[in-house]
Structure formats: C-alpha cells, structure tokens
Design a protein around this ligand. Structure first.
Ligand code: SAM
Length: 271
C-alpha cells in the first residue's frame, strides 16, 4: 500500500502537522508516481537503498514493496513518529539525521547501494554533490528534483542549462532525465514542475587521470564565474596563450562550450 491524497491529509491532520516550507516538504500523494520511481531505480529483493527525506513515507512504501532493504534518513523529528508507524509492517529503517552531515558510508557498512529520493528543493544540489564526492558505494541514483535543477545536473556542453555543476556531475556519473512529474501529485502543490533524474556512477574519464579533482573543479568554477566571457580573459591569472595552445583549447572559447575533457586538458597546464 502506498499513500493516496486522503491518507496524506489524514496523517497531517491527525498529528497536527503542517508541511514545512523551509524543509522543502512537498509530499507525493500518488501511488503511480512512487511506483514508477521504484521501477526506474531498478531495485529488487535484497538490494540496499538509501532514501533521503522520506517525509510521510510515500516513496519509502513503494521502495519497500520491491523487497529492497531501505534506510531512510529524515531530518524532521516531527515526522519520525508517524513515519515509523506507517512503515511498521515493512523492513524499512528510519534514521533521524541531517543527510548533509550524517556519515552515509557508515550507514551502508561497506555495501553497495542505490539512492532514491524526492529531494528537498533547497538542498538538492549540495546533497547530490556530497553523495557523488564522498560516498562511492552509492553506484546509482534516481532523484526527483525541480525541473530547472534536474536539467542543470545533466546538461551537456552548449546547452542553456550547462554549468559548473553539470561538468562536475559528468566527472562522476552518466546522467539523464528519465521522467517528468506534474505539480498536481504533491501536497502541497509546488509552483514548479519536477523531473526524475537517473545518475549512474562511472570511473572518472581517462582524460581526467592524474588531475586532482579539487584542482579541476576549482578551474571549472572560476571559468563559469563569467560563463560567456572568453576563457583567455576569465582565466588570465592562471593560464597564458602557450597553455591554451598546449591544451588544444582556443582561448577565445567560452566556459559554456567546453567539455569536461577540455577542462581537464586546461587543468593539466596549470602551474
Ligand atoms: N519522500 C517524501 C515524499 O516523496 O512524499 C517527502 C519528500 S519532501 C520533497 C523532502 C523531505 O526531505 C521532507 O520530509 C524533509 O523533511 C526532508 N529533508 C529536508 N532536508 C533534509 C536533510 N538535510 N536531511 C534529511 N531529510 C531532509
């Protein structure tokens, strides 16, 4: 059983709860949506799943239905009680913690896992980056985020949404948009559309071998500080004409056009 709209409204009313805007609480009230997310995550019997922000358990129930072992990290102490009741007949475990600081690798105890989440809008990018950078045991993710954020995470060079975050994500994973979710399935209804993003971790591309990730990411961040300016001007403190020549990247190009491989070639030429 997953939650319908009347169930969500009843759970909120019975507990005297009102969704917190600050914590990005928009609860899914549509069984089809949460089952679709569980299918896209390609999880099944015995798989280990981390969910961030289970809320009232809409998605958690659909994940548990697959037979996966779910560890759900929820920051809001007011939701922990109702959530534990909702999940009583499942094997899902609730951890009351902030997903930005909890030791996720420790919760996994060395096992590989999938992350599945309807992420709170205000921390979705830092949460995804934290998992990609710090928790290599998480080999894939299916996340629901607001459309503009999702498009930014997986945009290729030259796309309007392409930015420093897209290039960083490409270092760790292959990403794609795998679905759209209308605002109407949420309680309360947000003002924006959401998308489903799938990220599958890969080893960093060969072009990045031997380049320190921090050095590469710092260069990418500086380059995108003025995304439409020529790189020879944006990066002039760091790289001279001979460096652009050595990297095979023309200094007249702009950050928004450069692939991760090209950023890596430039990073190799840093002093
Ligand atoms: N998964 C539920 C659903 O789909 O109905 C709720 C999703 S709601 C968009 C986001 C949830 O993340 C809320 O329950 C909120 O309290 C929780 N949350 C917000 N910030 C968090 C954080 N830093 N760590 C863990 N949970 C967080």
């Amino acid at each position: 059983m997953t939650h319908s709209r009347p169930t969500i409204l009843r759970l909120l009313e019975e507990r005297g709860l009102s969704p917190s805007r600050a914590l990005g609480q928009n609860f899914v009230a549509d069984p089809n949506t949460v089952r679709k997310i569980a299918r896209l995550a390609e999880i099944g019997e015995g798989d280990l799943v981390i969910e961030i922000g289970p809320g009232l358990g809409s998605l958690t129930l659909a994940l548990a239905e697959t037979g996966a072992r779910v560890i759900a990290i929820e920051i809001d102490r007011h939701l922990v009680g109702p959530l534990e009741e909702v999940l009583l007949d499942t094997t899902a475990r609730v951890v009351h913690a902030d997903a930005m600081t909890v030791d996720v690798a420790d919760l996994l105890m060395g096992e590989e896992a999938t992350l599945v989440a309807n992420l709170p809008y205000n921390v979705s990018v830092p949460l995804v980056m934290r998992i990609l950078e710090e928790v290599p045991q998480i080999s894939s993710m299916v996340i629901m985020v607001q459309r503009e954020v999702g498009e930014r995470l997986v945009a290729p060079p030259r796309a309007e949404a392409y930015g420093a975050v897209s290039a960083k994500v490409a270092y760790f994973a292959h990403g794609s948009v795998v679905g759209k979710v209308p605002a109407a399935v949420f309680v309360p209804k947000p003002n924006v559309e959401s998308v489903l993003i799938r990220l599958v971790r890969h080893t960093p591309p060969a072009s990045c071998e031997g380049v320190e990730p921090e050095v590469l990411f710092d260069l990418i961040r500086r380059a995108f500080a003025q995304r439409r300016k020529m790189l020879r001007s944006t990066l002039k403190q760091l790289l001279g004409p001979e460096d652009f020549l050595a990297a095979g990247v023309e200094g007249s190009r702009r950050a928004e056009e450069l692939s991760l491989d090209e950023f890596a070639a430039l990073a190799r030429c840093l002093p």
